[in-house]
Design a binder for this molecule. Structure first.
Ligand SMILES: [Zn+2]
Length: 276
């Protein structure tokens, strides 16, 4: 789907010179250093610390600015290329590990939470979510349950997205404006439904750069095996650093969709693995 048709340019961005497209980084849980069997989508604390140091260095040289998602999307000015940090799934490590490190480095991030899992073992509870919000972090939606959204009938899709937004807004006392599609699975119907019930944009797991005001936001996943060199390449927008992920994403898109719609294929609702 072409991104060009999915861009709404905010008034604040129209008045300024065209800002650089942003690098959005997607993280999941943070595990203790030396822990056995870190999940592919999680990072060890030390790895995240190294990434933060790299971001801090690039920011000090004026190459990038780490911004909060909504400030970037609305077109706030910044020095160099905007970089936005996103955390999905709402695990306890968001408040126990990520928050203190982000505060130490003076950086803000946005946290995408499944409202149905708040308070479950291993997940954030409302006091943790409020602590993130008070610290200036963004609280956003990952849906009510961790559903493959394209599979849901219209009314259930609306209910999942609306419920998550209302519960998170009420529980965190803040405005929820962005949806991150679980498993990175989305289609035009998901996007249009999200926009119709008040979300400003949908975040995917597709790699690449994104313009402020885009309705579909690319995010580049920082995985256990993502190296500092790879991250540096993304920040400097070296085409070679994005190409492998973009090719893989395009290659997998069709098989992923066949699996999604095949009878007995993708599970409609699958909570992320329990976090302990
Ligand atoms: Zn997820």
């Amino acid at each position: 789907m072409a991104t060009g048709a999915l861009v709404r340019v905010p008034a604040s961005a129209q008045a300024a010179a065209a800002p650089a497209r942003a690098v959005l980084l997607l993280l999941h849980g943070l595990a203790e250093d030396g822990g056995a069997g870190i999940a592919r989508f999680d990072l060890a604390r030390g790895q995240f610390l190294e990434h933060l140091r790299l971001l801090q260095g690039a920011q000090a040289r004026g190459e990038i600015t780490v911004m909060e998602l909504d400030a970037w999307w609305r077109g706030d000015a910044c020095r160099g290329r905007p970089v936005v940090l996103c955390f999905d799934d709402g695990g306890r490590s968001d408040v126990e590990t990520a928050l203190p490190l982000l505060q130490e480095f003076g950086m803000r991030a946005s946290f995408f939470i499944n409202s149905a899992y708040v308070g479950r073992a291993g997940y954030l509870d409302w006091s943790g979510i409020q602590a993130l919000q008070r610290a200036g972090m963004g609280i956003e939606s990952h849906g009510h349950e961790h559903c493959a959204l394209p599979l849901l009938p219209r009314r259930e899709l609306e209910s999942q997205l609306r419920r998550a937004r209302h519960m998170l807004q009420d529980g965190a006392g803040t405005r929820v404006r962005y949806l991150a599609a679980p498993y990175g699975l989305w289609n035009r119907r998901v996007l249009e439904t999200a926009l119709s019930i008040g979300y400003a944009a949908v975040c995917t797991s597709q790699p690449g750069l994104t313009e402020a005001g885009a309705l579909r936001i690319c995010r580049n996943a920082l995985l256990t095996h993502t190296s500092a060199r790879q991250l540096q390449g993304w920040l400097r927008c070296r085409p070679g650093s994005y190409a492998p992920r973009i090719c893989l994403d395009r290659l997998l898109w069709t098989p992923k969709n066949i699996l999604l719609y095949a009878p007995g294929g993708w599970r409609r609702v699958a909570p992320p693995p329990p976090k302990v």
